[in-house]
Ligand binder design. Sequence first.
Ligand SMILES: [Zn+2]
Length: 206
Amino acid sequence: MYFVKTPAWLKVIFNAYTWHIRTKERELYLTFDDGPHPAATPFVLEQLEKFNAKATFFCLGKNVLEYNAIYEQIIKKGHSIGNHTNNHLNGWNVTHDEYINNIDLASTYIKSDLFRPPYGRISRKAGRTLLQKNYKIVMWDVLSGDFDAKISPEKCSANVVNKAKNGSIIVFHDSQKAFKNMSYALPLVLEYFSSKGFVFKSLKRN
Ligand SMILES: [Zn+2]
């Protein structure tokens, strides 16, 4: 079970984390988790370029190591990058030290102070440690659900079109699992919001 639209009460409880960008401008913040991936990431980069869109890629350290040339492409195209742990750890299932060490390991490949916890799951203690280390912990406002094999590509695209608004941080995945839904929804989302005058921006570091 997951929320397509993050409820306000959740944002209030975890108000040290970034859930959306406060703005009156027509701006959206697309994010792509779990890459780089040899097929999905180049696809995303190509779509973004068509719409002159910038985005943020929350990468896994192990994938950066394996697909370094693709990682360099992301940076060269002017997008932001962020740390998503080295091995996609679930913050509720591992010890504090194991979690932080895994993020430190990923940080040897990923030079960024933006962090997004896999599954959105992070202990309060780990959250405090990362904030002390000057990380910006980036959650989201709208979850496309692209990873969910039970939803159709049309539903995935509708999730974003219906829920995103000024300053929304939107989650997609550049991964094998999400490719079917993402590759359908992303071009439609770019097209729809561009036609409404929205600009797609990357997240700023601290
Ligand atoms: Zn992830």
